[in-house]
Design a binder for this molecule. Structure first.
Ligand code: HEC
Ligand code: HEC
Length: 215
């Protein structure tokens, strides 16, 4: 009877691993050839509006690719890219980019005052209107928490970071003004939408510059 239990447990275990799509980094690298033009070699984009993908947690990258395809994250360029990818391709690409090393970012032309404001907001939030500190979810070095799907944002292109913060904030603006401008609303339970709803353009600019210097 004990032996039977063991065999049953083993059978269940084997079934569960064979049902799991293993990711293949080499296959991911092969697929990534079409991404190089925008996201750079090894996912280290050198174009300010295109995000770096190198070193990003696989779980986050996979979520984004699936959501571009389903339009839960609405972006015309990436929709076109994701449409051609299978779930297995996405697993492989996510594993490939997670295995790359991000190059250090820079905050081009940011003054010391701007970086200081960014650091203050990042670490302390804004008590006056209840803006949560970024450090709570993205960590002191901006590396995020993979198990919670909090992405790494360290060293990211500052123009890209600013564009995403504004897209999250646009939800609150649309609500206030009754407008329907493009938004980003694929963050679980509105976590990012809540955090950025009260940030000004200058504060977003300062945060994005500071985040670009994190490593
Ligand atoms: C023509 C340029 C272009 C190509 C080619 C391209 N991307 Fe993108 N990618 C973008 C842009 C622009 C964004 C930002 C979209 C936004 O603002 O929401 C983006 C965003 C992403 C993101 C989200 C990153 C984040 O931090 O949230 C992922 C993941 C991604 N791309 C993966 C890929 C993969 C994988 C490929 C190749 C199969 C690819 N991209 C090809 C332009 C491109
Ligand atoms: C309560 C947790 C939480 C807090 C606090 C938080 N974030 Fe986030 N952040 C998230 C989650 C979750 C996502 C991923 C959303 C998704 O799945 O697409 C995210 C995504 C982002 C992104 C998009 C990354 C990319 O590659 O596209 C940026 C930029 C960002 N956060 C910056 C910030 C800044 C700046 C602050 C502080 C003002 C902050 N976050 C505070 C949870 C948080």
């Amino acid at each position: 009877m004990t032996q039977f239990k063991h065999i049953t447990a083993l059978a269940i275990f084997l079934t569960s691993i064979s049902g799991f799509a293993a990711s293949d980094i080499a296959a991911g690298q092969e697929k990534a050839q079409t991404c190089v033009a925008c996201h750079g070699v090894n996912g280290n984009s050198v174009v300010p509006t295109f995000p770096k993908l190198a070193g990003q947690h696989a779980s986050y990258t996979l979520k984004q690719l699936k959501q571009f395809k389903s339009k839960e994250r609405d972006n015309a360029i990436m929709y076109g890219q994701a449409l051609a990818l299978t779930d297995q391709d996405m697993e492989n690409l996510a594993a490939y980019y997670a295995a790359q090393t991000a190059t250090p970012g820079m905050a081009m032309g940011a003054s010391a005052e701007k970086l200081a404001l960014g650091k203050k907001l990042y670490n302390g939030g804004k008590l006056s209107d209840g803006t949560t500190a970024c450090i709570a979810c993205h960590g002191v070095n901006g590396k995020g928490i993979p198990s919670a799907k909090f992405p790494s944002i360290a060293g990211q292109q500052s123009m890209y970071t600013a564009s995403q913060l504004k897209l999250f904030r646009q939800n609150a603006i649309n609500q206030q003004l009754g407008t329907a401008d493009p938004v980003r609303n694929n963050d679980y339970e509105g976590m990012m939408r809540n955090v950025v709803s009260k940030l000004s353009n200058d504060e977003i600019d300062a945060l994005s510059s500071y985040i670009a210097t994190l490593k």
